[in-house]
Write a protein that binds this ligand. Structure first.
Ligand code: PLP
Length: 400
């Protein structure tokens, strides 16, 4: 707080724009951390939330339930692959990952298997800021280096990107499988750890290894879910179905906080018991909030006609063409895109605060992270707005 520039005061938002109190209008290159996929203030989502606000803004979700949540759970089960049919709602991404971790550990306890309480996660990964999720983030790349040695150690290892790394993970699972509850990965894109991309083959290898060593497989699609990579979910595009998936961010189209940990039948059945002690004891106060569920249902309506696919493809072309010249900029080591994600990676850590101010002066909201300048705009961003974003990246990268 002492050293960072003061945040910019926002008056309102509209489409792909953030309008500041001082009257400046910024094109949002980040979609508020990848949430506002349909753009801000979408009238369909706003109307659904207003209608729900008039009916019941919130009720506790213990002993009570409501149609917006039932409807959303049914719809998620329909669009997710395989038998990922059992939905647990929470209010933030990190909490849904905590719930997925807790589900995985209790899955083994409920089955009478002792000692499976650890996780295998991957270098470059990011899964949240709460204490348990911190343990499965990349210890070096993440923001939690100070806590090294404080929290229980997990197996944070290399993704199986080739035969050698697959063999290394296979060996780890052979040796330590008896203490491992699940593998957890961000499929296709490790987002906050540096927008690192990997092939779908990596996910197929993970599924094979999880099956071979009988550990659960968790996909954290909090970043990749809802169209960002060009498929509705990365798991659908890759044709790999995990045992548990976590969703948040664009789940409500960026209107309200909501998350979900969705389990398959095998996981669910380990909790389906006459013994109340086998239940998953977790009850965040605002879980299944009706306003957030109404927003999420409205957001899913907007995905239904499939128009988003064309928009994501259009954005991909604009980002690929618009960012390509950055390859010639000093210090740039890579330029990459996937779906509605564009990344310029440098050979040094960037001064995020100072660069965001430069971007704001160019009419853009872009906030570099570590060594990367990235663009993850709303799907409604126009061609002219995309030009403004990529043009600003050229200028800030020193291309004039
Ligand atoms: N998992 C992934 C893949 C994320 O990208 C994030 C947030 O950036 C989280 C988990 C944590 O979500 P939240 O910030 O809502 O707690």
């Amino acid at each position: 707080m002492k050293t960072a520039p003061a945040p910019l005061a926002v008056a309102r938002t509209e489409g792909a724009r953030i309008i500041l109190e001082d009257g400046r209008e910024l094109v949002d290159g980040i979609a508020s951390w990848w949430t506002a996929c349909h753009g801000y203030n979408h009238p369909h989502i706003a109307r659904a939330v207003a209608d729900q606000l008039a009916r019941a803004p919130h009720v506790m979700f213990g002993g009570l339930a409501h149609e917006p949540a039932y409807r959303l759970a049914r719809r998620l089960a329909q669009i997710l692959p395989g038998d990922l049919d059992h939905v647990f709602f929470a209010e933030s991404g990190s909490v849904s990952v905590e719930i997925a971790m807790k589900m995985a550990i209790q899955f083994w306890i409920n089955r009478g298997v002792q000692g499976r309480s650890k996780f295998v996660s991957f270098l470059g990964g990011y899964h949240g800021d709460t204490l348990a999720t911190m343990t499965i983030c990349d210890p070096e790349e993440g923001m939690h280096g100070l806590f090294a040695g404080v929290m229980p150690a997990q197996h944070v290892t290399a993704l199986p990107v080739d035969e050698a790394s697959e063999a290394a993970l296979d060996a780890l699972l052979r040796e330590r499988g008896g203490e491992i509850a699940a593998l957890i990965v961000e499929p296709r894109v490790q987002g906050a750890g540096g927008m690192l991309l990997h092939d779908d083959e990596v996910l197929r290898r993970l599924r094979r290894l999880a099956d071979r060593h009988e550990v659960l497989l968790i996909f954290d699609e909090i970043f990749t879910g809802f169209g960002r990579t060009g498929d509705l979910f990365a798991c659908l595009g890759a044709g790999v179905t995990p045992d548990i998936i976590t969703l948040s961010k664009a789940l409500t189209g960026g209107a309200l906080p909501l998350s979900a940990a969705v389990a398959n039948r095998k996981v669910f059945e380990a909790f389906w018991s006459d013994d109340p002690g086998a239940a998953l004891m977790h009850g965040p106060t605002y879980m299944g909030n009706p306003l957030a569920c109404a927003a999420a249902n409205a957001s899913l309506d907007l995905f239904e006609d499939g128009a988003w696919r064309g928009e994501v493809a259009r954005i991909n072309t604009a980002l690929a063409q618009g960012l390509a010249p950055c390859r010639d900029a000093k210090g740039v080591v890579d330029v990459r895109t996937l779906g509605a994600i564009g990344v310029v990676e440098f050979d040094h850590v960037l001064d995020s605060g100072a660069l965001s101010q430069q971007f704001a002066a160019l009419g853009c909201w872009i906030r570099p992270m570590g060594r990367v300048i990235y663009l993850t705009p709303p799907f409604v961003t126009s061609d002219a707005e995309l030009d403004r974003l990529t043009g600003a990246v050229h200028k800030v990268a020193g291309l004039g």
